[in-house]
Design a protein around this ligand. Sequence first.
Ligand code: FAD
Length: 507
Amino acid sequence: MKEKSAPDILPRVFQQAVEQADMAISITDPRANILYVNPAFTRVTGYSAAEVAGRNQSLLSNKTTPIAIYEALWQKIGHGEPWSGRLVNRRRDGGKYLAELLITPVLDGAGALTHYLGLHRDITELYELECQVRNDKALIESALEAAPVVLALLDEEERVVLDNHEYKKLMADLGIAEPAKVILEAVRNGEGRGFGPPREGAAAFADREVRIDRPGGPAPRWFSCSGTWVRRDGGGADAFFDRQNHIYLLLVAKETTRARAEHEKTRMAALQAVLAEENRVDGLRESLSAAVFQMEGPINVLASVMAMMGRRGGQDPMAGAFNEALGAAREALATLRGAIPERSEETPTAVNLNEVLQDVMELATRRFLAAGIGVSWKPQAVLPNLHGYPNRLRAMLKAVVDNAIEAMNVKGWRERELRLATRSLAGAIELTIEDTGPGIPPEIRLKVFEPFFSTRKPAGHHLGTGLSAAQQVALDHGGSIELDPANGGGCKVRVVLPLRNTVGEPT
Ligand code: FAD
């Protein structure tokens, strides 16, 4: 028996395939009059093949699809092109359903349109799900938008892929292109705790306080920040079976500036009290040290004279009395030295130098106003913390600012501006304090760091220990302090403090 060839069996296979297909199939003439429908058509619409034979496809219309849709449909298929879209249909029993329809024109060998092939399925449930997802998305988006916290979703390269109104507001307020980057940098730098491992739903970090400084002098803004790892499915065909999950970071930053301001007020009041006491003790220490320094000279001379007399031999009748006087003087010196109050021990901690410099400015506000000094403040928005002694660093910067105020607060001096700036260098922080005073001549630029050296008259209350003490603080933090000529001819003090130091480690 001869085997049948493909062309022989194909028409039958086509017919069986169409009959058994699980999609409503209809074949119409060019005016949409139905010639054939398959069993799936009957299942979807409720109409039997006999009921629809010869009738127009419009019998399925629920009459609620806009006419423009039909016009577009006919425009396309009339030109021999396929059309696909969604229409509202009505079943035989009157029930409505949403049909997803594909119409393909069928052309004969000469290219003339002879029939239309219609394929459609009921997508009512799918559409319901689609609507639900859309509604949920809209609800989530409006909740995110209205949330009184800063929200940003960042991809694996830390690019912001989604943000809310508060985030955009923060961008405008701070004049920073991507505040999320600044916040993450601060979180990373803060307390060296870094981020938790990227695991869906896990916290990358929680309740980290971040301080963002703004140029010009307004108070810094504070945020309590948390980050949560969230999973996002990758799009694209490749990701369909092999789910390429990407871990994103949802950043939530709640502004705490107001609460912080209250806390700052209390802290400043306490700080002022502590500083007043420290000033008193420092004054005492400075005066006693100066007295010791002044007395050491003549005592040393007296001791040398006595030694010389002893070497010459012979008995000077006054020698005994001199020796006694020398002994008493040395004793008095020792008593004085013993009376110099000890510097209180300070525990090293994480220090934000923007905060320290702002404390100094705050403490000097009244003096700035009284002396008519304008202050320009250009901080780096987020500065990494330094391990150090906050009080000593504050005292160091206060000494520099005090010097600048005094240099400019001279009768008849017109240029009165103090410029303070901070910035991160590789592995260090740089602070510059620049005044528009008369400046320090180059020949004494190194001398000003010597103890008890002062360019002011001896009658002044300054004993000249400020800069030498400041230098000691910088050195103790592994850093340096130097004088540069300022652009406007005044004095520019540059302090560089490394982020890694040995503060607090046993020497
Ligand atoms: P109609 O007055 O029939 O048509 C509305 C507009 O459509 C007219 O203003 C006209 O611009 C255009 N139009 C209608 N017929 C023609 C034509 N022969 N030539 C050019 N323009 C024309 N409709 C459904 O609602 N549901 C379906 O499931 C469906 N399936 C179809 C399957 C196939 C294969 C084809 C070819 C059409 C199908 N249609 C379907 C479209 C249907 O034929 C009707 O056009 C539509 O239902 C609108 O009918 P109506 O009586 O409301 O308005």
